[in-house]
Design a protein around this ligand. Structure first.
Ligand SMILES: Nc1nc2c(ncn2[C@@H]2O[C@H](COP(=O)(O)OP(=O)(O)OP(=O)(O)O)[C@@H](O)[C@H]2O)c(=O)[nH]1
Ligand SMILES: [Mg+2]
Length: 454
């Protein structure tokens, strides 16, 4: 996959498709001012940077619209190039006409993410910041927004900077010793060297460890409600949501299919899935199919809420549900809930939260427990949260290289060339996050997922 040409001038609508009060058409590149001048009137001869002007858009003699036009001179623009932003009336016909005028006057239609790609290539943003622009636009909760805006402001790059600097220092200390011309250099303090490499590794691992929670913050935390039939799973879902989303009944086996509903808790998006009860002795093929779907949901949960009915003694179905809950993904949390605590208790469940879907008792505690990991990421005072699989992979890769370096340094007579190789590999992984070492295919893949106009 190749990157698009970045020397020409591009144009695209940067606001969503469809009619609206306003739409913005963006033009960027060396020919942006010239193209705009050709159809704006009076033609702005020498517009000042950042100046907004109300101008007529003309297609030959015909008036197309009156638009507010802002001129940005590179490199002080978003893309780093000369840029024109035309805020016109948001009619699809007007937007199409303006885009045609741009193309007629030398621009080409921009592909997905091309404005941000140029910003990256021109050094206006590093890669993690460019990716955060996408996350920021998609952020649908306060938590997702906070993670994205911190990253867009360079938070992740700042968090990585000390480790990167430290490793660069270590690498140059190594390289000086590998180079014969520096004969008078004292031998390497191996202990100190290993300690500093380990400190960098610990920092990277701490960042990577926040990924599970970070992904939940960005995409919404997937909470799967499971348990024996009739334990009150659907009632619990309804009580958490505050409205009757799922059917509830006294007979066991009410819920057959999976059912999703979203809720924002304290600024974090949570996606609940209610599932069929897990029966130790399923009575029909249909029930078995429902249970299969429940198991599949457990397999992609971020949190499994295991519900038991505290008003009856434990049943074989409870045991079955507990066993299925163990099949959750690595890193997913298990929260045990003892429901129906408004009724006389018939059992104890170690470590379970007591709730009543009927009276609402304990639901506040359950909500707090659900988002505890997400909250912790922010309250740790972290500058950045890792929310992208790509960053997680790179940080884990760097940490692995440093672990291997640690082992190497523990040997009797460590070979410094090998140590230098490990350091270079770790630095290259870190560089992939900020984009310094990201190959063209990776860049092309990242920006292809952006929308046109971004
Ligand atoms: N007293 C009391 N009854 C409850 C509570 N939660 C649920 N119930 C009752 O328990 C019965 C089963 O509730 P559901 O929510 O349908 O249970 P479920 O786990 O979804 O059941 P299936 O979908 O059949 O697996 C209903 O009669 C509810 O009214 C509770 O906290 N207290
Ligand atoms: Mg149900």
């Amino acid at each position: 996959m190749k990157l698009p040409d970045t020397r020409d001038t591009i144009a695209a609508q940067s606001t969503p498709e469809g009619a609206g009060a306003l739409a913005v058409v963006r033009l960027s590149g060396a020919g942006a001012f010239g193209a705009a001048r050709a159809f704006l009137s009076p033609a702005p001869e020498d517009p000042r940077h950042g100046e907004a002007r109300l101008l007529a858009v003309r297609d030959g003699d015909a008036l197309v619209d009156r638009a507010v036009v802002i001129f940005f001179r590179g490199p002080a623009s978003y893309t780093g190039e000369d840029t024109v932003e035309i805020s016109c009336h948001g009619s699809p016909h007007i937007v199409r006409t303006i885009l045609n005028l741009c193309v007629k006057n030398g621009a080409r239609p921009a592909g997905p993410g091309e404005f941000t790609l140029r910003a990256f290539l021109n050094g206006k943003l590093d890669l993690s910041q460019a990716e955060a622009v996408g996350a920021l636009i998609e952020a649908s909760s306060a938590g997702a927004h906070r993670a994205a805006i911190t990253q867009a402001e360079g938070g992740l790059s700042r968090e990585l900077a000390p480790a990167r600097r430290g490793l660069l220092d270590l690498l140059s200390a190594l390289e000086a010793r590998l180079d014969d011309s520096y004969e008078e250099i004292p031998p390497l303090e191996l202990k100190d060297f290993a300690r500093r490499a380990a400190a960098a590794r610990a920092g990277l691992e701490r960042l990577a460890a926040g990924y599970e929670a970070g992904r939940g913050i960005r995409e919404g935390l997937r909470v799967v409600i499971t348990g024996a039939p009739n334990s009150g799973k659907s009632s619990l879902l309804n009580a958490l949501l505050g409205y009757d989303r799922a059917l509830v009944s006294r007979s066991a086996g009410t819920t057959r299919d999976t059912l999703e509903a979203e809720l924002e808790i304290d600024g974090f998006k949570v996606v609940f899935t209610d599932t069929a009860g897990l029966n130790a002795r399923p009575g029909s093929a249909l029930e078995r199919r429902g249970m299969g779907r429940a198991a599949a949901e457990i397999g992609r949960a971020g949190v499994v809420v295991l519900v038991t009915d505290g008003s009856i003694k434990a049943t074989p179905s409870d045991a079955r549900a507990a066993a299925e809950a163990e099949a959750r993904p690595r890193g997913a949390r298990l929260i045990k809930v003892l429901n129906k605590c408004d009724l006389p208790s018939r059992r104890r469940e170690a470590g379970a939260l007591k709730v009543s879907a009927r009276t609402g008792a304990g639901l506040g505690t359950l909500k707090t427990a659900l988002i505890a990991e997400q909250k912790k990421v922010f309250s740790d005072g972290a500058q950045a949260v890792v929310t992208s699989a790509r960053h997680f992979a790179a940080l884990s890769g760097a940490a692995r290289e440093l672990a291997a370096l640690g082992e190497l340094l523990g040997e009797k007579a460590p070979r410094l060339e090998l140590a230098a190789e490990r350091l270079r590999a770790a630095l290259s992984e870190i560089g992939a996050v900020t984009g310094e070492t990201a190959p063209e295919e990776v860049l092309a893949g990242i920006f292809r997922d952006f929308c046109v106009g971004k």
